[in-house]
Design a protein around this ligand. Sequence first.
Ligand code: F6P
Length: 366
Amino acid sequence: MAIKRIGVMTGGGDCPGLNPVIRAIVLAAHARGWEVLGIEDATHGLIDLDYRSPHGNRTITVRDVVGILQRGGTILGTSNKSDPWNFVVEKDGEETTIDVSATAVENYHKLGLDALISIGGDGSMKIAQKFCDLGLKIVGVPKTIDQDVAATDTTFGFQTAVQCATDALDRLHDTAESHDRVMLLEVMGRDAGHIALHAALAGDAHICLIPEIPYRVAPLVEKIKSRKANGHPYSIVVVAEGARTVAGEATYADKVIGEMPKLFGAAQKVCLALEPHLKLDVRSTTLGYLQRGGSPVQFDRILGTRYGVAAVEAVEAGKFGRMVSLRNHEITTVPIADAIERQRLVEPQGQLVHAARSVGISFGDE
Ligand code: F6P
């Protein structure tokens, strides 16, 4: 079937590199004479055709993508409260969830889409798979700063986030060393500790706590005390937001309907646990959403561009139900089903953890 009109949407948390993907899709599609319709705020623009946000469902022209390669965020807007099977609505003054998937499918056809490129993380890929099961022609593009989507070696946004965390660690080194303090930096990483691990390696941290390796407080105290005894009375600790003790769970804030449970206060928890055991000041900093914003680093701009081009080529080749992926530096496609089967987590026995341990980084487990 000849393609005339494709849709593109971004879902889940934003991530540096989304705009380079959109730009590449638009340029590659226009080169084929296709029209590109931007769907606003993830599936919101598909669920309600009268929905109007500042982004707005609209045809994206080549002119619209001039100058967006270097911009963080997404010109289409995004949302992590847009699962059509669990869509949040207000009923009798209370928020509840309903299934609006049939409306979304109907609107896909009303919009005259020949295919839809869905750019998102594991949540968005799960939704994409369900749409495929209902007959929609979807190509997925993996996105996450956490690098936790399976079936791809990496995702754009991750390198930018790690650079942000590394810059923060460089700054914390200066002040930690000046004051002889223990400085904790909490970084993102709900289930996967990739950002924490990479930042710890690049930012010369002494302790790294990640969800995949539960920690105990005693080894942390020991590490900090031995550094002090060896003439280094300051220490740098990276804590992934999903870090947990051997005995405990990650720390969550109150549940909000339709949203993923929010993690909250992982570094602060470590701070409070360490303080009574140390005759040192302990301070914690949460990097938070700074990691999600900002201009994408060159790797993420290039990967985003490659993914965007590959997604258009996948549509052209009729490879629906597949996600573009990076394997051994080469772009390929994989079934979306493979990407949602499991998460891509840090390998506790892997080379990076081994390298980190070998240069003296403690994970609090031994
Ligand atoms: O998916 C990336 C991520 O940054 C997670 O590490 C974090 O828990 C989550 O997004 C927070 O996103 P939000 O507050 O936008 O739901």
